[in-house]
Design a protein around this ligand. Structure first.
Ligand SMILES: [Zn+2]
Length: 273
């Protein structure tokens, strides 16, 4: 079994302290996939620090040299892998950025090249803001050589280009959903990119269903990706545990699985034949 952590939302208003508070005791053992937004427009969500909520223009990551230096350091030390989390993380017409914005190919290219240069890394993984992505978004990320942490509807031309492998992958996903009652636990290959499902650890979940998903994935010797947010670690699940506690429970369980691996996302994509 492989176990990975995906963390969303690091950007120009994130401080190293916040990331250390959430992952300081984790990333020395388990690398964390930090999905970073290169040109974040803060907006007024409750997850945005109050002093940034009136800003309506893009904040390039480089405006926060402290987080830039810290992200580079984490990467060099093997504690984090940088993933691309949209371009500006806005909600055009109320839709997730990669379901509603225009010029997604140019934005993806620019965002990827910008982060690669600024953080001295190679990006191969895309995390859609608000977990929403439609066909133009899928085409854009695939054209930029990125793999996707999400699985948009497999047979809908509005959600992805029509390809023969959509059908074979649909049959795989549907078999696991209907017969085994779980998310498909391995990477899906679409020839021009790969996709992997995640398990959200957010306040709308309860611990029991996350643990069920973990046990199912363990039985299948699959890849378990837990998706969370550094800014939500003290929030509570529906079942009462904090997200920090739930993640620690999952990490303890994972550590006890014989043959467990804690790879990076790049290593997972590389392992696909
Ligand atoms: Zn986000």
């Amino acid at each position: 079994m492989k176990f990975l952590i995906r963390d969303d939302d690091a950007c120009a208003f994130t401080s190293p302290k916040e990331l250390i508070k959430s992952y300081g005791e984790i990333w020395t053992e388990v690398p964390v996939g930090l999905s970073v937004t290169p040109f974040r427009v803060p907006g007024n969500a409750h997850t945005v620090p109050k002093s940034f909520r009136t800003i309506t223009t893009p904040l390039p990551l480089e405006t926060n040299p402290e987080i830039v230096a810290f992200l580079k350091e984490l990467q060099v030390g093997g504690m984090a892998q940088i993933l691309l989390h949209g371009y500006d993380h806005t909600l055009p017409n109320g839709k997730p950025e990669y379901a509603g914005a225009t010029d997604l190919l140019a934005k993806t290219q620019r965002g990827k090249e910008y982060l690669e240069k600024l953080l001295d890394c190679r990006l191969d993984t895309f995390v859609p803001p608000n977990n929403g992505i439609l066909r133009a978004g899928v085409e854009a990320i695939a054209s930029c050589g990125l793999n996707l942490l999400n699985t948009p509807a497999l047979l809908r031309p509005s959600h992805r280009p029509v390809r023969p492998e959509n059908i074979t992958n649909f049959l795989r996903v549907n078999y696991f959903r209907r017969i085994k009652r779980m998310k498909y636990p391995y990477p899906l290959n679409f020839c021009d990119h790969m996709e992997l499902a995640c398990h959200a650890l957010t306040p709308s979940q309860n611990l029991e269903s996350i643990l069920d998903a973990f046990v199912n994935c363990q039985r299948e010797n699959g890849v378990f990706v837990v998706a969370t947010h550094y800014h939500a670690f003290d929030r509570k699940l529906k079942s009462g545990e904090s997200i920090r506690q739930a993640l620690n429970i999952l990490l303890d369980l994972a550590a006890g699985v014989p043959g467990i691996q804690f790879p990076t996302f790049s290593q997972v994509w590389e392992s696909v034949e």
